[in-house]
Design a protein around this ligand. Sequence first.
Ligand code: PLP
Length: 384
Amino acid sequence: MKFETRAIRLQTERSHNNEHSTPVYLTSSFVFDDSEHMRALFASEAEGNIYSRFTNPTVREFELKMASLEEGEDCIATASGMAAIFATFASLLSQGDHILMSRAVFGSTFRLTEDYLAKWGITYSYLDHLSTAGWQDLVTPATKLLYLETPANPGLDIMDLSQISAFCRENSILLVVDNCFATPYLQRPLTLGADVVIHSATKYIDGQGRVLGGAIISSRHIIDRIFPFMKNAGPTLSAFNAWVLTKSLETLAVRMDRHCDNALRVAQWLASRPEVLKVRYPFLVGDPGFEVAKRQMKAGGGMVSFELTGGMDAGKKLIDNRTMMSLSANLGDTRTIITHPASSTHSKLSPQDRAAAGISDGLIRLSVGLEHADDIIADLEQAF
Ligand SMILES: *Cc1c(COP(=O)(O)O)cnc(C)c1O
């Protein structure tokens, strides 16, 4: 079946109640028929549920759908995107290992790497360029994993997944891709050679700003290495959030189509404005990532970033003049969200450090929502 159909129809077996929609199993534990059944479950000789930190049917339904949509063998759902990233690192890395990490990753991913992995004897090197040229010099016999996002937060840089996965294969390095901005509807990194895909399901997978969640999709072999960490450390997804996310997947394709249409229109409009120095959108003609994005993505996604000619003051003013758009730390919502990294998430950095991270004082990040594009553009226009 096609992506859209699997996102809706892939359902575990109905219960004796013949429910049409997916039921939610809110239970912390499960009962055993007798001592032999209990023994067999604990010995992994029989299939079944013991305790919701280990497995839960509602969570499993979300996992099976995500595995199918990303074209992976299996999936583990987690309580948040960061839990997915941490579970992957904790399970696949050991003391003495070395990792390569793109410069353009989510803020908390930096904090996990620098404040925790380093403390446990795992070293890291940052990749300063988008292409693999020069990366070979950073590889050591201890290099085990390469981590990246594409499109990346907040500058929307695009990295070439086919080229990078070939580099990783040659060097026996696992390629882990945070596919949060694209979703499996627009881009499927496992089909381009990545080994592990990570999601913050909080963003477009829910798409309605309601719940936190995360997912790890990979081969059965790698998922089997991560599952014991989940079971014993416990950053598991709640059954209720799994139910919300499973329902959300049913509308992922139609939501993403509209996000992409709206974002392209907004990006094209911004590119025509005198207040705007530069617009970044992967599917905007002339964008530095355009060629690669066209090869590996179905459409450009819902995120647009742009730089104001007026710097910090213009950024603050635009934000304060908005009448409809939300000022919020989330993204991937039905509601358009505007942020100004230099006066919020990255305000503690010096202007020099911000520049090194690709964040100018006039950079604005838009998560283009599902309102009518005319209304989003009208709000931007009056704010200018
Ligand atoms: C939000 C986000 C995360 C973290 O996900 P949470 O669900 O907030 O823990 C990781 N990566 C990217 C690209 C994100 O946008």
